[in-house]
Ligand binder design. Structure first.
Ligand code: GDP
Ligand code: MG
Length: 778
């Protein structure tokens, strides 16, 4: 029987794990190893993927992948944990380890003035970024779904000027599975931080310790930060920290990053182990007595075999040995073994597989989990059913329920847009707009009465106030939109959307994970493009990046607002929703085309953890809103202001630098008139429209400020409703702004960035033309 056939609510024990390569390693690293009990929680509304519970956490994977996992011994789920094998504390120094690691405090202190560098390493969503913010006072983005942090960030610990902590993307194991995970592994192995702060989510301790096991092997000082202790204790659980320290051989500090508890103690320990270079006392997790000791013998034989190679390559021997046995090609290449040694390695490993009755990767994973079970049996009192988990289960009955999930998703998105455009955002916008208007009138009167030069007057009122002011009034709508997106991120809902939508996205050749960047893309394309780094295959990433520009970003809202107020008053909501839908449909169409041409083949497997729902922290939300407002204001007063002034200048003077009353004879009219004919088929052949489109490439919002200046309220005399519709469609779809393009260039390189510009422009042109043709027929 395979996991696919298990049935909802049933449990069974893993017999063997099929598949190959990185995916199989990933399964093992996530705890799917022979002997593990897995319970099927539910299927996604469309029947695929499936949600599982194992090692006390929720994981989703696709049925195709589930069918590769052989199960046996199906039964109803057992209540509570079965008693583990008798715990035992073994201090057995392995081959070549005797006396190599000093006891606490006896080591030499690093020379004064050495910068103590720390790496924050831990599973995805274990609270690394929250801790990083606490330690450094930074405001990095925190969210409740796996894969928020996609790049490293550094900063000194507050109060310890000679330190530097690095926040890293989350990893489940030192076998990297996606591109951002490689960043973390390389940081630990190559940058050689002075110490590692290993964040362990205490509510999910077994799986989290799996990474700890591998960190211990890296021969770097480690301190374990047991995070989320607030949730553990409030549910009646506890951890015997001393027992855990004894068994792991490294300091363990219970903390709650979100509540700022235990952080000072953690810092003290971290600084101490880094200063004295206190390496883990125990790196040997295998024991001669385990299952006949085959793994133990194999590991130590391999350590012996490669020790000098590892030293030469600057890799910790024990770490390199276990990775070699798992079949890690990167490490194999780095070590440069000769053929003889490679053969020997293979021989030793085969022997172990035969004796152990498990293949190499599974045997190593099993050894680690075996040790973890012993640690947990000894030191962890598991809470009963946690409140957070119960709450999540209740919420998920609806939010990922078979019949309710999709209607609720649509309703939630609908509500977000409705509240943003029609209620909260619009309300705030009205207030701000009338404030700006009053200010403009006041300034106008002031300049008038002071008898200021007419050119300057025109610059201040017709340029700056009209232009920047028109953009500024959109701040509330944009911030409201970001507020809702951040609620979805912080609560953990966004991970559910990925689960629910996976099957649908698979038809487009993508995986559920791609929905996360796309939803973020409704806010801004730049972070959306960054977010694609969590996608485990290059193909999925590329495709997702190329599709994000179709998600209409908030910067386009002012454009829609401008045209709606002029051409479609009272029908704003309908037009906005229509545009968003059109964007999404165009994206779908393009995806289908890509699937047939550029990106043939299947999306990679979808394996993702579903975190418990959490109440968004007010501080995080406010922080995000503040950051977004700041960004927006900065943009308004830099790019947009400059564009506005430049456009004002070019439209106010002719080639002889004479101030012109009629902008038709200005420099701008002459230059833009050049490209304008291109847009004539769309009914948009006016040079002023062309100018605003060009400036929209700098920043979309500036399209509005430019139009305000150039038309001074008279758009309606220049284009009709049909042309306005074409223009709306064109602005929705044409090239994303410079900032977005440069982030695409960072991810995919010059060629693809250029491709996006050209493709989006052509696509937009075609779509706008179709709108016009349809309009002309009816
Ligand atoms: P990362 O992915 O490891 O960087 O994790 P984040 O720092 O983004 O945090 C993931 C989630 O866990 C967020 O929703 C945090 O608010 C939450 N969180 C972090 N630390 C704690 C904690 O100590 N207690 C509780 N209850 N939640 C926490
Ligand atoms: Mg993070």
């Amino acid at each position: 029987m395979t996991l696919k056939d298990l049935g909802i609510g049933k449990s069974a024990v893993v017999k063997s794990v099929g598949g190959e390569g990185a995916l199989r390693q990933h399964f093992l690293d996530m705890g799917i190893i022979p002997g593990t009990e897995i319970t099927v929680v539910k299927y996604a509304p469309m029947g695929d993927p499936v949600e599982l519970r194992l090692h006390g956490y929720e994981l989703t994977l696709r049925l195709d992948d589930a069918s590769r996992i052989e199960m046996e011994n199906a039964h109803a789920p057992e209540k509570g944990e079965e008693p583990e094998e008798a715990s035992r504390e073994d201090d057995h120094p392995g081959l070549g380890e005797e006396g190599r690691f000093h006891q606490k405090g006896e080591g030499e202190k690093l020379p004064e003035g050495t910068v103590l560098s720390f790496a924050l390493v831990g599973n995805q969503n274990s609270g690394k970024t929250t801790l990083f913010n606490q330690l450094t006072g930074a405001h990095q983005h925190v969210g409740n779904f796996p894969g928020v942090t996609v790049d490293r960030k550094d900063g000194p610990i507050r109060g310890y000027p000679n330190t530097s902590v690095t926040d890293l993307p989350g990893i489940y194991s030192m076998s990297p599975y996606s591109s951002e995970e490689l960043v973390s592994r390389n940081f630990v192995l190559r940058d050689k931080p002075k110490a590692i702060i290993d964040i362990v989510d205490a509510t999910n301790i077994e799986r989290n310790l799996y990474l700890t096991m591998q960190l211990l092997e890296t021969d770097t000082p480690v301190v374990v930060a047991l995070n989320m202790m607030d949730e553990v204790t409030s549910n009646g659980g506890s951890v015997d920290v001393n027992a855990m320290e004894r068994m792991l051989g490294v300091p363990v500090v219970p903390i709650s990053a979100a509540r700022n508890q235990g952080i000072d103690e953690l810092v003290k320990h971290a600084v101490h182990i880094a200063e004295y270079q206190e390496k883990p006392l125990k790196q040997d997790l295998c024991a001669p007595g385990d299952e006949g000791g085959a793994v133990h013998r194999c590991l130590h034989a391999v350590i012996h075999l490669i020790e000098d190679h590892a030293q030469a390559a600057g890799l910790p021997a024990r770490f390199a040995a276990s990775k070699l046995i798992e079949g890690d090609q990167l490490i194999l290449d780095q070590l440069g073994l000769d053929d003889n040694e490679k053969e020997m390695l293979e021989h030793i490993t085969l022997q172990m597989e035969k004796e152990r009755g498990l293949d190499r990767s599974a045997a190593i994973a099993d050894m680690r989990f075996r040790f973890i079970r012993r640690v947990c049996a000894r030191s962890v009192k598991k809470p009963g059913q946690s409140r957070e988990h119960l709450r999540s289960q209740k919420a998920d009955r609806f939010l990922t329920g078979k019949w309710t999930a999709i209607p609720l998703f649509i309703a939630i998105m609908g509500l977000v847009f409705f509240l943003t455009f029609n209620v909260i955002g619009a309300f705030l916008q009205d207030i701000l707009a009338s404030g700006i208007e009053a200010l403009t009138l006041w300034a106008d009167g002031l300049l008038e009465s002071a008898g200021v030069n007419k050119v300057v007057h025109s610059l201040v009122i017709g340029g700056i106030f009209e232009g920047v002011g028109s953009v500024l009034s959109f701040l509330p709508i944009i911030v409201t939109m970001f507020f809702f997106i951040s609620l979805m991120e912080d609560s953990g809902y966004i991970a559910r959307v990925a689960f629910v939508m996976d099957k649908l996205l698979r038809r487009l050749g993508l995986s559920g994970r791609s929905i996360v960047p796309m939803l973020i893309g409704f806010g801004c394309t730049v972070p959306a493009v960054m977010a694609t780094r969590t996608l485990p295959s290059a193909r999925d990433r590329k495709m997702t990046i190329l599709l994000t520009p179709f998600m209409s970003c908030t910067a386009k809202l002012p454009i829609y607002g401008f045209f709606v107020s002029v051409f479609f008053p009272g029908r704003g909501g309908l037009i906005m929703i229509g545009l968003y839908v059109l964007g999404i449909l165009s994206g779908v169409l393009t995806a289908l085309m890509y699937k047939k041409t550029l990106f043939k083949g299947e999306a990679v497997p979808f394996v993702m953890e579903l975190p418990n729902y959490r109440l968004p922290r007010l501080r995080n939300v406010l922080q995000l809103l503040w950051e977004k407002s700041k960004d927006f204001l900065q943009k308004a007063f830099s790019v947009i202001l400059i564009a506005t002034v430049a456009v004002w200048f070019l439209k106010s003077f002719d080639f002889h630098f004479n101030f012109v009353e009629d902008s038709h004879s200005s420099i701008l009219a002459a230059v833009s008139g050049f490209i304008a004919p291109l847009f004539r088929p769309l009914g948009l052949g006016d040079w002023r429209i062309v100018t605003s489109l060009v400036s929209g490439f700098m920043a979309k919002e500036s399209m509005v400020s430019v139009m305000e200046i150039l038309f001074a309220g008279g758009v309606k005399e220049v284009i009709g409703t049909l042309a306005a519709s074409s223009l709306l469609v064109f602005s929705l779809l044409y090239t994303p702004c410079v900032a977005a393009i440069s982030s695409i260039r960072r991810e995919l390189g010059h060629k693809w960035a250029l491709y996006v510009v050209l493709f989006q422009c052509l696509f937009a042109y075609a779509a706008a033309l179709i709108v016009r043709l349809i309009g002309l027929i009816f």
